[in-house]
Ligand binder design. Structure first.
Ligand code: PBE
Length: 307
């Protein structure tokens, strides 16, 4: 089943690329004519086949993209294609190599903005929200059961640049090694989280995280920090919905992964009575429709409905 789904996604994507390629040719000939602005942006919409390249279906960002299609009348007939982050990045890289138009679901922190010259499309209806935070949550009772781990989790916070530096290095080496390098180079920050906290002797703690590099980075860093304090740490990657469920049901101890208040807001609302929210561990995340900087459009409202 999964294989079949992958094949069909690949087919759809290849087809979209084909259409994109055709569309581009048309655009070039029309550029020599006197096409008005409306026509040019219609060409962009047609060239991408009224399709936004999405990521994993469980991602909060996919829910936001879906809401965006519903809220913007000019996106009537558009589609967000489900796939994977790796697939989206491949599509993006190939489109840029050929200077073709493409619209993807993008976000920060991520290395895609360091790797390519990209821009977010303006979102006048705010369906992707303002800048957000990544919060730390724990199960109820963790404070009493593991006060030392709780204290460190509560103090943990870092900057977008910290997370991105781990993510960028993880392009070349395994992410746990990249996290380890970050911890070594940032002992002053780590000390702020651990100073005065008593060590333990092999106590087990389980952190749940989502499968994206941003959360793998924070998870691996926290794993090392807690191990230095004598904990035995398990990292379990799951879908965003399961992160909240696992913490609410006491199946896991804590998570550094929730993007709030918008991206994972629906899950937060569902489980907020049964979890402990320790507030942001990172501030300033962004999600939005993302295009190569060479594209002629600046706003979601520049896109044209499918006739
Ligand atoms: N992301 C990265 C995730 C959270 C981290 C933006 C792709 C999501 O949309 O759920």
């Amino acid at each position: 089943m999964i294989k079949l789904k992958l094949i069909s996604i690949t087919l759809i994507l290849s087809f979209a690329l084909l259409l994109t390629a055709c569309g581009n040719g048309e655009e070039e000939t029309q550029d020599n004519g006197n096409a008005g602005e409306g026509e040019e942006t219609a060409n962009v919409s047609e060239a991408v086949d009224y399709t936004i390249i999405g990521i994993e279906p469980g991602a909060g960002a996919m829910g936001l993209a879906q809401t965006t299609l519903e809220e913007y009348e000019n996106l009537a007939g558009w589609e967000v294609v489900e796939g994977s982050t790796a697939g989206m990045l491949t599509e993006l890289g190939e489109a840029i190599e050929n200077e073709e138009p493409i619209i993807v679901v993008g976000w920060n922190p991520h290395f895609m903005f360091a790797a390519h010259d990209l821009k977010y499309l303006e979102d006048p209806k705010g369906t992707f929200g303002e800048k957000e935070n990544i919060n730390t949550i724990t199960r109820k009772g963790l404070k009493e059961d593991m006060p030392n781990a709780y204290e460190i989790l509560d103090r943990f916070n870092w900057e977008v640049e910290d997370m991105e530096s781990v993510m960028l290095e993880a392009q070349e080496i395994p992410i746990d090694e990249a996290a380890s390098n970050w911890v070594e180079e940032n002992q002053d920050k780590v000390n702020e989280w651990t100073e005065g906290v008593e060590k333990v002797d092999g106590k087990e703690i389980e952190l749940v995280l989502t499968p994206w590099d941003s959360e793998r980075a924070s998870g691996e860093v926290m794993k090392l920090v807690l191990e230095q304090q004598g904990f035995e740490v398990t990292l379990t990657p799951v879908d965003p919905a399961i992160v909240f469920q696992a913490i609410a049901n006491n199946d896991a101890d804590a998570s550094l992964a929730p993007w709030l208040p918008i991206t994972h807001g629906p899950f937060y609302e569902e489980y907020k009575e049964d979890i402990v929210d320790l507030g942001p561990n990172l501030q300033g995340t962004i999600i939005g429709l993302t295009v190569p900087a060479y594209m002629d459009i600046d706003s979601i409202e520049d896109l044209q409905p499918k006739e």
